[in-house]
Design a protein around this ligand. Structure first.
Ligand code: SF4
Ligand SMILES: [Zn+2]
Length: 333
């Protein structure tokens, strides 16, 4: 939890521009990370991989949120898409009061689409009736469509049924859904993680306009970080991500994408220094063009290590980071 001055509380955590897609068309997006009081679930221990509440502060007031919004509108250049992240739920009225929410929709009046995140418990017919559904898109972090993994490996605090109910309410109101899935929650072998992500893509794509696969990025002061430091966790290989996107695309009817944070670093999805960049570039191109041909011909010596980890972990029935013992990857930043 951040300890900040009033002045700091009145500035968004971060703002930048990037490209995204609206209903299959490339679009410029303005991205804004709002500092709020944070996700209510993080106060209950939160998800095992989540360190987002480091950017939140209990001291944030309505005036601070309005001041952040004013700073964001100064930087906004009329991009068609606005992505507004709160490190929590935009529809949680304790986090973003309705008055601020309404101001967001008018401040970005030129945007055709405003994408924000919410946990499913805040997505109801009533809450959707209070926002501009025609310009909204909502991202839900389902992480996995397997109840047991969701409970034990993610500690999500909601069920797949909760997600499904929220997704159906959104379908009724024609609000596009982006589902986030987590690639390789802790306690899963590399192979089990790949299989879980593919079946989760298959399940969630029936409700979603797009599915975004987020490989675990080891964040500070999380359970996942503690496991990683002890050698009991390795973030997924990029080879696993490629498999998930390739096979996931085959079993889904929607856009499948990934924009990995920390890609190519020890804390993020990575293979080896020789191939990380080239594979991350292929992932980025695939995320826009949906052409699995981007992954053809990708080769590197480390693919053998990945195949060995998939087999050895299965044989030993363990999810510990075997690659550390194979390649003495003992350095932590
Ligand atoms: S629901 Fe999202 S913001 Fe809240 S603890 Fe989980 S990952 Fe973090
Ligand atoms: Zn490699």
């Amino acid at each position: 939890m951040a300890r900040l001055t009033r002045e700091e509380l009145q500035v968004p955590v971060s703002m930048w521009r990037e490209e995204d897609m609206i209903a299959g068309e490339r679009a410029e997006a303005f991205v804004l990370i709002f500092r709020t009081t944070g996700c209510w679930w993080s106060y209950q221990g939160g998800c095992l991989m989540c360190g987002y509440n480091a950017a939140s502060s209990r001291a944030v007031t309505i005036e601070d949120l309005k001041a952040q919004l004013a700073k964001a509108t100064e930087r906004y250049r009329g991009e068609r898409m606005v992505k507004l992240y709160t490190s929590g739920s935009f529809l949680d009225e304790n986090e973003v009061p309705p008055e601020v929410r309404d101001e967001v929709f008018s401040a970005f009046g030129k945007a055709d689409r405003i994408l924000f995140e919410s946990r499913p418990e805040f997505i109801t017919d009533d809450s959707l009736s209070r926002i501009d559904c025609a310009r909204s898109a909502i991202a839900i972090g389902l992480e996995s469509s397997n109840e047991e993994i969701l409970r034990k490996s993610v500690r999500k605090g909601f069920t797949v049924a909760d997600y499904t109910r929220a997704a159906e309410v959104m379908l009724d109101r024609k609000v596009p859904l982006r589902t986030y899935l987590l690639l390789k929650p802790p306690y899963l072998t590399e192979r089990a993680a790949v299989e879980d992500a593919i079946s989760s893509i298959q399940y969630s794509s029936q409700f979603s306009e797009s599915v975004s696969v987020n490989p675990v990025n080891v964040q500070r002061d999380t359970v996942v970080e503690a496991l990683w430091r002890r050698g009991n966790y390795r973030p997924p290989y990029l080879w696993s991500l490629v498999e998930v996107l390739r096979q996931g695309k085959e079993v889904s009817g929607c856009r499948v994408m990934s924009s990995p944070s920390g890609g190519g670093t020890a804390r993020g999805v990575h293979n080896c220094d020789r191939c990380d960049r080239k594979i991350l570039d292929a992932v980025q191109r695939f995320s826009f063009n949906q052409d699995a041909g981007e992954f053809e011909g990708l080769q590197c010596g480390c693919r053998k290590e990945w195949a060995a980890v998939m087999d050895v972990q299965d044989t030993m029935g363990t999810s510990v980071d075997i690659s550390r013992y194979l390649s003495s990857e003992l350095e932590f930043d």
